[in-house]
Design a protein around this ligand. Structure first.
Ligand SMILES: Cc1ncc(COP(=O)(O)O)c(C=O)c1O
Length: 438
């Protein structure tokens, strides 16, 4: 039977191009997909930065099946079920010390919008209503809700959708290829760009008007931007100095991507709020979460009238039973199989293989941290993104390897279970294609 491709309007996809030669996947297990034409495809992207424990982990699958047969849904407003509390406790136990109050949603975008609303409401409840300004970063990606695109910094995601939130401003991003090209791990140069937070943005707006700064500890979707040494510490210090909340969007860095539970642990910088999603359930059921400090949570509890709702926010599917069952099982798998430690052990192997691409045609930069790598290619004049797209297509069709590209940057983020031979296969496939590009 041929599939009718006309009705599905695909997200973030060149629909017309895709439908001329569709890339369809029929099943997945561990490190591999099975494509609709029967080929085994190595997953170099953990789906979309999300299948950290590998595909179809039996413990996660079984937990979802069992939950579907026991409790399919329970209303989340003024009602709940025990798995929601269990999932929250398990996540709080994995989070950095002091971050232990969990609000559930269904995606990274919702986690971001939830965190921004939490930050705005928090200051109002504490009697600082002037703090209504949010600061994001150029090239930041915080999902596609109106809050997320307002603090995000990708022109294509913003240009059609109006002025969005008022009062948002942006820091410059810290990518500096001229000074840091081919850095192994965190770049040495550029932490001083964090100084403009205080010297430019806070000087312009006045710190007393700023509610929160939101950053991805490692910028992922916009092409893997690794923070320079000392940069995040500087942002934390300025937030502390002026009572501004620091929000880490850990939608891609959470759950072992850098070899630690969260990037906050890797960098030794603890924010006031963490947004997460993706690896929380190994992507088997959609789920996002906001992990707030107890102090933020308690401010809400203390400010609301007795028996009153403390936070006017939530989703029909907040703490959905299937998502909670998947999250509990996933977090257990990460702990029991020591997957974050495994990712940390594999990171030097991954780094070495990644930098093996240096010197190949069109390779302008390779940057890496943990099990994340960005390979920036020189663009074809007048055809931005075309060169990387060709590598993506040829890796899929000719090499049996799934990579991801954004602009002319290849972004790799394999499942944490990848082994040495598979790391080599991934980079060999890219090298083979690069060597034959015209
Ligand atoms: C840092 C970051 N925040 C938010 C999101 C949005 O998540 P979702 O697509 O689940 O809404 C993403 C997605 O890639 C992301 O990378």
């Amino acid at each position: 039977m041929t599939t009718d491709l006309s009705h599905y309007w695909m997200p973030f996809t060149a629909n017309r191009q895709f439908k001329t030669k569709p890339r369809l996947i029929n099943s997945a297990k561990g490190m591999h997909y099975l494509s609709s034409d029967g080929r085994s495809i190595l997953d170099g992207t953990a789906g979309l930065w999300c299948v950290n424990a590998g595909h179809a982990h039996p413990k996660i699958t079984e937990a979802i099946i069992a939950q579907a047969g026991t409790l399919d849904f329970a209303p989340p407003f003024q009602m709940s079920h025990s798995k929601a509390f269990e999932a929250a406790s398990s996540l709080a136990a994995m989070a950095p010390a002091g971050l232990n109050r969990v609000f559930f949603c269904n995606s990274g975008s919702e986690a971001v919008d939830t965190a921004l609303k939490m930050a705005l409401a928090y200051h109002k409840l504490r009697g600082e209503p002037l703090r209504s300004r949010l600061i994001g970063r150029e090239r930041g990606y915080h999902g596609v809700g109106f809050g997320g695109i307002a603090v995000g910094g990708i022109a294509g995601n913003r240009k059609y959708f109006g002025p969005t939130l008022a009062g948002v401003d942006h820091l410059r991003h810290p990518l500096n290829i001229e000074r840091n090209a081919f850095s192994h791990g965190m770049p040495q140069h550029g932490a001083e760009i964090a100084d403009e937070f205080e010297q430019r943005l806070l000087a312009l707006h006045d710190p007393s008007t700023v509610a929160a700064l939101i950053v991805e500890p490692v910028q992922g979707s916009t092409g893997v931007i690794i923070p320079p040494q000392g940069y995040l510490q500087k942002l934390r210090a300025v937030c502390d100095k002026y009572g501004i909340l620091l929000i880490f969007d850990e939608v891609i860095t959470g759950f072992g991507r850098l070899g630690t539970a969260f990037a906050a642990d890797y960098f030794g910088v603890v924010p006031d709020i963490i947004c997460c999603a993706k690896g929380l359930t190994n992507a088997a059921v959609p789920m996002g979460a906001v992990i707030a400090s107890q102090q933020i949570h308690d401010s809400f509890m203390q400010a609301a009238p007795e028996n009153g709702i403390e936070f006017y926010h939530g989703y029909t599917y907040s703490g959905h039973p299937l998502a909670c069952a998947a999250a509990i099982a996933t977090l257990d798998v990460y702990r029991e199989e020591a997957m974050f430690e495994r990712a940390a052990r594999m990171s030097p192997v991954f780094e070495k293989a990644a930098h093996g691409l240096r010197g190949l045609p069109f390779v302008k930069d390779v940057r890496n941290l943990g099990l994340v790598c960005g390979i920036e290619l020189e663009s074809i004049p007048g055809k931005p993104a075309a060169r990387a797209y060709e590598v993506f297509e040829r890796c899929f069709w000719e090499q049996g390897v799934l990579i991801r590209t954004t602009g002319d940057i290849i972004a790799l983020s394999p499942p944490l279970i990848i082994d040495e031979a598979q790391i080599q296969q991934l980079f060999d496939a890219i090298a083979t294609v690069l060597k034959t590009l015209k």
